[in-house]
Ligand binder design. Structure first.
Ligand SMILES: Cc1ncc(COP(=O)(O)O)c(C=O)c1O
Length: 416
């Protein structure tokens, strides 16, 4: 393979579009039409039909007693913590390697995120670091099931039970994942989901809180709906300061249909990802994240490949990414950076209560930093929703860039 890299004017491996996301069909059209003619477009919980039906179906899929639909995954985290009575000013240990919404959700509950580093083989929160971060002020742990991995729920559950901490699973990346047969979102005390556009289950925007705890669920439903009581929860005795984080009937109707599609989509992606994994095993310097055997159903919000420049003439990950992108592969490197480095997470005392809180915030996260700046190549899930030819193009792009690594190394200086 001696073809010139697209980065230097050669033809790109892939110029036609990748599989379109989200997928939809007649079922989604009919669902939207149903809402349109119902004259009932408003938000969960009242008045509604679609949101209640979706909540029931989603709870069944997660195998929890309750699912409370809400506006998005960020408010889901904040409201889950509030529903479980995490107090303002309490510390909540979470991963440094996640989307900013995990931390802003914690802050919106009035709590303070305390960041921990991740494990090198899953990029999910390191339970030893959680243990080390717990103080008398800690009330909860928010674990994120990241990209294609799950956090170690055995250790986190044991730790949280022993230290009497609340455990919340941020499942924004893990719709349909299972740990020892149990769905993500059913293992901690609460689970939170995002249904934003890029997610495995989407209505453009949306979220949900899952739990087996009746009181948490009633409180979450009230918090979502301006602090109102709602039918079925009238015995709920207290007044809460809620917000409007209701899910509309449009979202719920779409999500209901998308949820029907999800298992087959997850299965399809797993098959294509396995093809990809087998093919790139032949290329040196690329390792996928190992799948923990306790993950009995892996989901692929993003497929992560770990890159080792040693086998690519020392070319940095970011330069390889530019070459891959020029070949038509929408790969990303700094998908997330450790949150204290993230421009979306300003650390001035004016905007961020964490900066105002005074305590020394940890800023060194060697494993997350290596992933973010040197090692991780993130591939979006919809690349794996098409045919074997799509995987062929993906592999061909990696192989072409690898074959031209010498050229890339020699000319990397030209790429300002
Ligand atoms: C890990 C994680 N947590 C939370 C969120 C927040 O979800 P939303 O964008 O729906 O507010 C996201 C969304 O990207 C996410 O990836």
């Amino acid at each position: 393979m001696t073809e010139r890299l697209a980065l230097f004017g050669g033809p790109a491996v892939r110029s036609r579009p990748w599989p379109a996301w989200p997928e939809f069909g007649d079922a989604e059209r009919a669902a939207l039409e149903r809402v349109l003619v119902s004259h009932n477009w408003g938000g969960f919980p009242s008045p509604n039909t679609e949101a209640r039906a979706f909540a029931g179906r989603f709870a069944r899929s997660i195998e929890t007693r309750h699912a409370v639909p809400c506006a998005n995954g960020t408010v889901a985290i904040g409201l889950a913590l509030q529903a479980a009575r995490v107090e303002p000013g309490a510390e909540v240990v979470t991963t440094a390697y996640t989307f900013v919404g995990t931390a802003t959700g914690i802050l919106q509950a009035g709590a303070l995120p305390v960041f921990a580093d991740v494990l090198p083989d899953s990029y999910c929160i390191d339970p030893d670091q959680v243990e080390a971060a717990v103080t008398p002020r800690t009330q909860a742990v928010v674990a994120v099931h990241l990209a294609c991995s799950m956090a170690d729920m055995d250790r986190l559950r044991e730790l949280c039970d022993r230290r009497r901490l609340l455990l919340v699973e941020d499942c924004a990346h893990a719709h349909g994942a299972r740990w020892r047969g149990r769905p993500a979102g059913s293992i901690g005390h609460l689970g939170t989901f995002s249904m934003q556009s890029s997610k495995l289950l989407t209505a453009g925007e949306g979220g949900a809180i899952t739990t087996d705890d009746d009181a948490f669920a009633a409180r979450a439903a009230s918090l979502v709906n301006c602090g109102r009581k709602e039918a079925g929860a009238d015995a709920f005795p207290e007044r809460v300061l809620g917000t409007n984080a209701r899910m509309t009937e449009w979202q719920a109707a779409l999500l209901h249909e998308q949820l029907v599609r999800l298992p087959a989509q997850n299965e399809h992606r797993a098959v294509r990802a396995a093809e990809f994994e087998r093919a790139i095993a032949a290329l040196p310097g690329l390792r996928t994240l190992p799948c923990d055997e306790r993950v009995t159903q892996r989901t692929l919000y993003q497929f992560i490949v770990r890159y080792d420049p040693g086998a690519w003439e020392g070319v940095s990950r970011d330069v390889v990414l530019r070459a891959l992108q020029a070949e038509g592969v929408p790969a990303a490197g700094r998908f997330y950076v450790p949150l204290p480095d993230d421009p979306l997470f300003p650390l001035d005392a004016h905007t961020n209560p964490l900066a105002r809180a005074g305590g020394a915030m940890r800023r060194e996260f060697p494993v997350a930093s290596r992933a973010a700046y040197e090692e991780a190549i993130w591939l979006p899930h919809w690349l794996f929703l098409g045919g074997a030819d799509d995987i062929g193009d993906l592999v061909a792009a990696f192989a072409k860039v690898h074959a031209q690594a010498k050229q890339l190394a020699a000319r990397a200086g030209e790429l300002a």
